[in-house]
Structure formats: C-alpha cells, structure tokens
Ligand binder design. Structure first.
Ligand SMILES: *[C@@H]1O[C@H](CO)[C@@H](O)[C@H](O)[C@H]1NC(C)=O
Ligand SMILES: *[C@@H]1O[C@H](CO)[C@@H](O)[C@H](O)[C@H]1NC(C)=O
Ligand SMILES: *[C@@H]1O[C@H](CO)[C@@H](O)[C@H](O)[C@H]1NC(C)=O
Ligand SMILES: *[C@@H]1O[C@H](CO)[C@@H](O)[C@H](O)[C@H]1NC(C)=O
Length: 398
C-alpha cells in the first residue's frame, strides 16, 4: 500500500525530468507513433517494449537499491573528527561494520562515488549554505569529513547554536552551516512553557547572509512534530499537539507547508539567485525493544524493497515537500533560478542499520548495562548519510 503511495509521490519528479528532455522525446515520440501505427495490427498490445525503453532513460536518483560494496568509506573516525560524538559510532564501540559496505544504485543512472577534489574544484570562489536541524548538521559533518580527504577548512565563525562558517582557503570556498530547524522564526526559551512558531516570519539565521550564498541546501525537520504554539501576524492561531490548551488544533503538516511556502516565496522573489536544493524528510527507525517502553534500532543490514512501508506521518511530510518543490521549481524556471530536489527519503528508509542506536553513547553496554538509550533518528558518520552527498554532487555538479 504505502509503496504505491511512494511510487505515486515520486511521479511528479519523473514528469519533471521528462519535461527537460521534452523536445528529444517529441522527435522520438513521432517516430515511435509512426512505427507503432504500422505494427499495431500485427502486435496488438505489445507496447511494453517501447514504453519500457522511455522509462529506462529517466534518471531518478531516488529510486533504486542498495548493493554490496567491498571498499569502505572515504574516511574513518581516525581521519576525521568533525562528527558529533553521538554519531561517531565506530569510536563509540559499534561492533558491526557491515553498514559501511553498501552502495546506492539508482535505477537507470550511474551514481559515482563522492569525489572531494572535483567538488572542491567546482566550488572555487563559491559559498554553500547548509540550513536545517541536527540531522542536517549530521549531513554537513559527513560532507566535511568527505572533503577532509583533500582539504581541511578553518572554522572562521561559531555561535551558541553551533552554527559555523568553514573556509577552505586553497579553494576560496566557504561553507555556512546554519542552525534553522523550522526555516521560519521560533522561540524556545527556558521561561516559555511552550515552543512558539511564527509562520509568517522567516528565520533571520539563514536569511541574513542570503545574498552571499551561491548554493543552498535546506530541509525541514522532525521539530515540526513537536508540540508548538503557532503564531501568524503576532497572534496565536492555534497549537499543534496541545490537548490541554483551549486552542485551535493545527495538524503537523500545516506549519511545515506554510514554512516551505514562505521560504520559496522569499527565494523566488529575491534578486539574488543561488542554486537551491531542498532535501526531503529523513525517516527514523525506532522499533520496540525487549524492555517495556524501550525503543531501539539494532538492525545490521538494509531492508529490501517492500520490507518497510514507512511512517504515514513521514510520508505526508515528504509528499508535501515534493508538492511545494514542484510549485517553486516551476516559478524558478521562469525566473532563471535553479531549484532542485535531493530526494533522500526512500533510500534512507531502506537503511535501518544506519543509525547510532545504542552507540550514540561511548561503549554503552560497559559494566553490563541494559536498556540503554537509542538514537534512531540521526545517522552514523561514516554511514549511509555519506550517500546524500553523492546525490548532491550529481545534482549540483553536472
Ligand atoms: C576509532 O574507532 C575504533 C574502533 O573502530 C577505536 O578503536 C578507535 O579508538 C577510534 N579512534 C578515535 C580517534 O576515535
Ligand atoms: C574569493 O571569491 C570571492 C567571491 O567569488 C571573490 O570576490 C574574491 O576575489 C575571491 N578571493 C580570492 C583570494 O580569490
Ligand atoms: C577565483 O577568483 C580569483 C580572484 O578574483 C580569480 O583570479 C580566479 O580566476 C577565480 N577562479 C575561478 C575558478 O573562478
Ligand atoms: C536486537 O534487539 C533485540 C531485542 O533486544 C534482540 O532480540 C536481537 O537479538 C537484537 N539483534 C541484534 C542484531 O543485536
């Protein structure tokens, strides 16, 4: 069932890819029609061969399978230390290493391994903003680790949200790592009973330097699942997940859709035109453990297609992302603005083995400890999250 939803949800993407090669297809189409008319009466119904060949030419990076890969990752915990301690699974004593030996093989296209030198050369004199939450930072740190094989940056700015600016002097390349879990403005303070979300105000954390970005990668996040009081025009319009308050209940997808709409409105109406990439939802893989109430993830291999359907709430978030992206990309196309989708949702869904699980903490089972806390949201670095940068590279560097 959910697999069908998944396929349907990726249909607009396929359409978009097709639009790009529309003239080529038109020529081919006329030829095929002539041929088909001539052979129709001889081979009634035998159309699968040519529809099949059209499909094969559509490169959709988000559809494919994980295949074994003998080589390990480009970097290890010994060669890179940009990862947060709770994602440094090797250092934390994770015993299995099979999760490091899988390669994403998209259908109908080739996905080369990440090439740090090619990436850095393409980014000469450029700046790249990475905007989001802790899963996002997780990806940013994986990217820094991949690049560290060739060059290590200076961190030229750091603030209390752990946002940072990294500068590669040999390449005159700047990475902005920006903490902005909602893209819109929010208040989360000790003296406030609840998180407050302002749907009509963008988060200045990412907009203040917008004119400096040549590329930007952004995403929404699990923070939208949290209880929050929602504001518009400085007035409370309702609340998400507050049965105890007498407020209009607002469903999870509403604030996220509005945040994306406002973000894309800003992007498509600005004079400045960076190359914009929206990353889709990152799935978690919590399952019930052997202790009551314990939520774990201890799988050591990827799922095969059809073995997991995904959380309907996550699927809803991803499908609204695809919808908002489609709308913005169509406007962008008219204004000379590149907007692309980094659709990592499904390939990540197939990787329950990619999370720190218990190994979010250093040697969690030492001293015979049981029922330890698991992290099934973030991703081990190195790990399948490195693949996100391979897809990113394919999208931004032709
Ligand atoms: C890296 O991980 C290995 C285990 O895979 C561990 O023995 C080693 O101490 C770690 N090194 C660092 C620098 O964290
Ligand atoms: C670095 O890149 C910026 C932006 O393209 C450019 O203005 C500047 O001259 C470059 N600096 C060096 C030292 O190449
Ligand atoms: C980078 O900027 C410098 C200084 O403006 C310029 O000399 C150089 O050609 C630029 N390199 C690229 C690849 O644009
Ligand atoms: C995962 O955890 C479950 C429940 O604690 C346990 O039965 C199973 O053996 C574990 N699997 C692995 C691969 O450790």
């Amino acid at each position: 069932m959910a697999d069908n939803i998944e396929v349907l949800a990726s249909a607009p993407l396929l359409l978009r890819e097709r639009r790009k090669s529309i003239s080529l297809m038109l020529v081919r189409f006329i030829g095929v029609v002539l041929l088909a008319v001539a052979t129709f009466y001889l081979f009634v119904g035998n159309f699968s061969s040519w529809t099949g060949s059209v499909k094969n030419e559509v490169c959709d990076l988000s559809v494919g399978k994980w295949i074994p890969k003998p080589e390990g990752p480009l970097y290890t915990n010994e060669t890179c230390d940009y990862m947060a301690s709770y994602t440094n699974c090797l250092k934390n004593g994770r015993p299995d290493s099979g999760f490091l030996h899988w390669k994403w093989q998209p259908n109908g296209c080739d996905l080369p391994p990440f090439d740090p030198l090619k990436f850095l050369n393409a980014m000469r004199n450029k700046s790249f903003a990475l905007i989001g939450d802790s899963v996002f930072r997780n990806h940013a740190r994986s990217l820094l680790c991949l690049l560290s094989v060739v060059a290590k940056p200076d961190e030229i700015y750091h603030d209390r949200t752990n946002s940072g600016i990294f500068y590669y002097s040999e390449y005159n390349f700047t990475i902005y790592d920006i903490w902005s879990p909602f893209l819109v403005s929010y208040k989360l303070e000790k003296n406030l009973p609840d998180l407050e979300l302002y749907l009509d105000v963008l988060d200045s954390q990412w907009t203040k330097n917008y004119d400096k970005y040549d590329y930007m990668l952004m995403s929404g996040s699990h923070w939208f699942y949290r209880r929050a009081i929602i504001y518009e025009n400085n007035k409370v319009i309702g609340c998400h997940y507050c049965p105890d308050l007498e407020l209009n209940n607002i469903a999870t997808d509403v604030p996220y859709r509005k945040a994306l709409e406002l973000t894309f409105k800003f992007i498509t109406t600005s004079e400045h035109k960076p190359f914009v990439v929206l990353r889709t939802w990152s799935p978690n893989h919590f399952e019930d453990g052997e202790f009551s109430g314990s939520r774990i993830c201890n799988k050591t291999e990827p799922f095969k297609e059809g073995e997991i359907n995904g959380d309907p709430a996550d699927l809803l978030m991803r499908s609204l992302e695809v919808e908002e992206f489609e709308k913005a990309a169509a406007i962008g196309e008219k204004n000379g603005l590149r907007i692309e989708l980094l659709d990592t949702y499904h390939l990540s869904l197939l990787r329950p083995d990619g999370h720190p699980g218990a190994y979010r903490n250093y040697h969690p089972f030492d001293g015979g400890k049981k029922n330890v806390e698991n992290d099934c949201i973030h991703w081990c670095v190195p790990g399948p999250i490195d693949t996100w940068s391979e897809l990113l590279m394919k999208i931004v560097i032709p």
